[in-house]
Design a protein around this ligand. Structure first.
Ligand SMILES: C[S@@+](CC[C@H](N)C(=O)[O-])C[C@H]1O[C@@H](n2cnc3c(N)ncnc32)[C@H](O)[C@@H]1O
Ligand code: SF4
Length: 388
């Protein structure tokens, strides 16, 4: 039985956050019927592609509505999309259906309607736990508004994930620790993603940073925030399973696991990317047109086109499999790689001797104590892999 995930991109938000380089745009007038038809046409396109690759016996393990801010979508639109997918694909009995949401626009009725539509997991962009941090991040909601939404949400949805951006230059470690502990005690969260702020090119933060008007914390300060956050989460029954992700038992994100394990998913919507292993064991990438209007027009036409469809180069594919797999605490299954000679390279043996990496039950993993410098270690491993 082949497992598959579907990612659906909704590109609109109330406003653009100064740190965000996702394919998100300020919302404008749109016709939900046109969007439904365009999404349906692409969903159908991929069904035909999968059949053409003999990937027939497929079960959907996850659907992820991401953005942008999909909680701005009319719940009826979400319902119709999910019904359409259900007509063409078999759902796993424990399918995870996630809606990415922003606290600014998630009121009681809407949560219930999304649940009736089939959504069983909400990923809420909490981002900051106090008003100073939220203001720093340019968010439109304050902390008490966020908490009101969470109070409502937890009465309706069992599987709640929250996103936080932390280790900001405006934060104090002790205050953060205290606020995180109080937050975890107050809300019934099942999954938490804690991200370090990344200064992305093309964002307002990038310009401020370049002008010296925005500071980022040093590696040492980040390390303190990182391990302190990990400890607090672990004391509250969360287990780290990926560099930035923590879950209560049995609440690992099924969708993101598809990415980290380099399995199959299809990407629907503007800018969405999908990757499928075809019947020749090649990894094919489908990249959608990024501009919402271009994507929409294309998917309303008779023939669906993509910005690019291409076979991922073997070396790049291997690098990515390694890079994604090594983000997991349990590491990467070595059977996923085409060769293992690199494990005998002196640098890799040295890393093993130092306890930075380990091999257990045919899996290569980074020691959690070095996760704060994972980029550096992953780069080293990849270089050895490619040159061996
Ligand atoms: C598509 S976005 C968010 C969904 C929703 N629109 C929101 O803002 O709440 C997914 C997540 O990526 C994280 N993120 C976005 N840009 C980031 C950046 N520059 N640095 C760190 N995390 C970032 C945020 O935590 C965000 O919740
Ligand atoms: S962080 Fe979320 S709300 Fe802000 S611009 Fe990005 S996708 Fe939109």
């Amino acid at each position: 039985m082949n497992k598959l995930g579907i990612y659906i991109h909704w590109p609109y938000c109330i406003s653009k956050c100064p740190y965000c380089d996702f394919n998100s745009h300020k919302i404008k007038n749109y016709d939900p019927n046109e969007w439904l038809l365009a999404y349906e046409n692409q969903i159908k396109y991929f069904k035909e592609y999968l059949v053409s690759q003999n990937l027939k016996n497929i079960k959907l393990s996850s659907i992820f509505l991401g953005g942008g801010t999909p909680s701005l979508m009319p719940p009826k639109l979400v319902e119709k999309i999910l019904l359409f997918i259900n007509k063409l694909y078999r759902f796993d009995k424990n399918i995870e259906i996630t809606l990415e949401s922003n606290p600014t626009n998630l009121e009681l009725n809407k949560i219930s309607d999304f649940k009736s539509a089939g959504v069983n997991r909400v990923s809420l962009g909490v981002q900051g736990l106090n008003n100073t941090d939220l203001k720093y991040l340019g968010r439109l909601h304050n902390a008490s508004e966020t908490f009101v939404v969470l109070d409502l949400l937890q009465k309706i949805i069992d599987n709640i994930s929250v996103d936080l951006i932390y280790a900001l230059s405006c934060q104090n470690l002790e205050t953060w620790n205290h606020e995180l502990q109080a937050f975890l005690e107050r809300f019934s969260i099942k999954h938490l993603s804690a991200y370090q702020l990344v200064i992305e090119k093309g964002t307002k933060f990038y310009d401020l940073y370049k002008r010296g008007e925005l500071k980022i914390v040093s590696d040492d300060v980040y390390k303190q925030f990182y391990f302190s956050t990990k400890n607090i989460l672990e004391e509250n029954d969360f287990k780290q399973y990926e560099i930035s992700n923590f879950s209560k038992p049995n609440f690992i994100s099924k969708h993101n696991s598809i990415y980290w394990k380099s399995n199959n998913w299809i990407g629907i919507g503007p800018g969405a990317i999908g990757r499928i292993w075809n019947n020749k064991k090649e990894r094919i990438e489908f990249e959608n047109f990024k501009k919402p209007e271009t994507w929409l027009k294309n998917c309303l036409g008779h023939k669906i086109n993509f910005k690019r469809i291409f076979k991922i180069d073997f070396e790049i594919s291997e690098q990515e499999i390694l890079m994604m797999g090594l983000r997991l605490n349990k590491g990467i299954n070595l059977n996923k790689l085409q060769h293992r000679n690199f494990l005998f390279d002196s640098e890799i043996l040295q890393l093993q001797k130092q306890g930075v990496i380990k091999i257990k039950k045919n899996k290569l993993m980074i020691n959690e104590n070095y996760f704060n410098v994972h980029d550096y270690i992953i780069r080293k491993i990849i270089n050895n892999y490619l040159s061996s």
